[in-house]
Design a binder for this molecule. Structure first.
Ligand code: AMP
Length: 421
């Protein structure tokens, strides 16, 4: 395998040599969807963004938003047969905005790849050997890596001359020590089947931990941060001096926090019980724990806005779901406090973390002895920016730090392919 050029730190901004291409297209390919953003790394400006969904169905939809001034959102509906057709449609939309994929200003395409195993610790320029390795990881990421591969191959067909870079969700977590990464199961069995804790949402944890250090006016190496990525999927991480030392997701994204539709931590014997006693099949248990558990399983809703509305109205099921969600979150804050020994900041991010003041308040309530508190007024402020919501006197900063996985992927991609100044 070609040794990948080590990536420069993702926040390094290289001055582009004059005339060198500075645009990066970021692609996030799911099994039936493609999300994309086109960014100009000269100034980090977003030029266009969009989503193709329900690929392969009669009711496919492409929503495209040019982000230049005066650009208006456009939508196409109707069958889009496969990822190749989806990317072709995206390319047409970009061309209509004068941002076509054949533009000499396009420097690279950056792909989100969910599982990089232990092999990929850095963003990597994709070649045949890298493709083969991502393929080899399909057994540990059966839902995600095949879709990512389809997206990459389609983009490579479209622009075979252009560097294509894989940015892995697992990469940030490869610094975890063995004591955090290994399950306490038979070592030979674990190694034979590559069973260990890999962690996910790494691009977000990397970005948010670094932005939190910036918010504190410190270098990432100087601070210890607990990052709480609370979206529909949710994960926590303990980051010491810029390096991940523990994270809540494991072999798959099922482990850890209570999520929108996933159970998070559960006694594995529950799965034997469901098979032996409830007569459920492997696939049924899989669907139960990944799609019908978490908040939706507990109260029928997975949107925190709706759950809060119901709690305010006195709905007991929603209140219990909220309490279980918070209880688990608190346990992880406590656990990662102990793992880190000293904590400088707790950072909330993603849809719930950035927007749900009630979650932030409840997660930190009662932790004053640990130096943690939120200021009610600061917590109530609605803002799209990174901000500290703890009172002046608190020993640990509590922060809201909006995540930006696309920008992080674009930065890492550009750092790898841009000519050195
Ligand atoms: P993400 O996966 O990061 O896009 O987050 C999606 C989730 O964020 C949704 O399922 C909602 O539960 C939550 N969310 C989004 N906006 C709000 C809001 N204003 N208040 C509470 N929760 C929100």
């Amino acid at each position: 395998m070609t040794a990948p050029t080590p990536a420069a730190p993702a926040d390094s901004s290289r001055a582009p040599s004059s005339g060198a291409p500075t645009r990066v297209l970021v692609l996030n390919s799911g099994s039936s969807s493609v999300k994309y953003q086109l960014l100009d790394m000269e100034d980090g400006a977003r030029l266009a963004a969009g989503l193709v969904e329900r690929i392969g169905e009669e009711t496919s939809r492409l929503a495209h938003t040019p982000l230049k001034e005066g650009g208006e959102r456009r939508e196409r509906t109707g069958p889009i047969a496969d990822h190749a057709a989806a990317l072709k449609a995206v390319a047409e939309e970009l061309t209509a905005d004068g941002l076509g994929l054949d533009s000499p200003e396009l420097a690279a395409i950056g792909h989100r790849v969910v599982h990089g195993g232990l092999r990929f610790t850095e963003p990597t320029v994709i070649d045949d050997a890298v493709l083969a390795e991502i393929e080899r990881l399909v057994p540990v990421a059966p839902l995600h890596n095949p879709a990512n591969l389809v997206g990459i191959r389609t983009a490579m067909d479209l622009r075979p001359d252009l560097p294509q870079v894989a940015v892995f969700d697992t990469a940030f977590h490869t610094t975890m020590p063995e004591s955090a990464a290994r399950y306490a199961i038979d070592v030979e069995t674990a190694d034979a089947h590559r069973i260990r804790r890999y962690g996910f949402h790494g691009t977000s944890h990397a970005y948010v931990s670094r932005e939190t250090a910036r918010l504190l006016g410190k270098a990432p190496e100087e601070v210890n941060v607990i990052v709480l990525h609370l979206g529909n999927g949710a994960s926590a991480s303990a980051v010491r001096g810029g390096r991940c030392v523990d994270t809540s997701m494991g072999l798959t994204p099922l482990e850890g926090l209570v999520m929108g539709t996933r159970s998070g931590d559960i006694d594995p014997a529950v799965t034997f019980h469901l098979k032996r006693v409830a007569g459920m099949s492997e696939d049924e248990v899989d669907v139960l724990l990944n799609k019908r558990s978490g908040l939706i399983g507990l109260c029928g809703d997975n949107d925190m806005r709706e759950i809060r509305r119901r709690v305010e109205e006195g709905d007991e099921r929603a209140a219990l779901a909220f309490d279980i969600y918070i209880h688990r979150l608190k346990k992880y804050i406590g656990a990662y406090y102990a793992v880190l020994g000293r904590v400088d900041a707790v950072a909330f991010t993603a849809g719930v973390g950035e927007n749900a003041a009630a979650v932030r308040e409840a997660a930190v309530a009662g932790l004053e002895e640990l130096g943690l508190a939120v200021d009610a007024d600061l917590n109530a402020v609605r803002s799209g920016g990174a901000r500290i919501i703890s009172p002046e006197y608190a020993r640990v900063a509590v922060a809201v730090v909006p995540t930006d996985e696309e920008l992080e992927i674009a930065r890492q991609t550009f750092a790898l392919v841009a000519p050195a100044p």
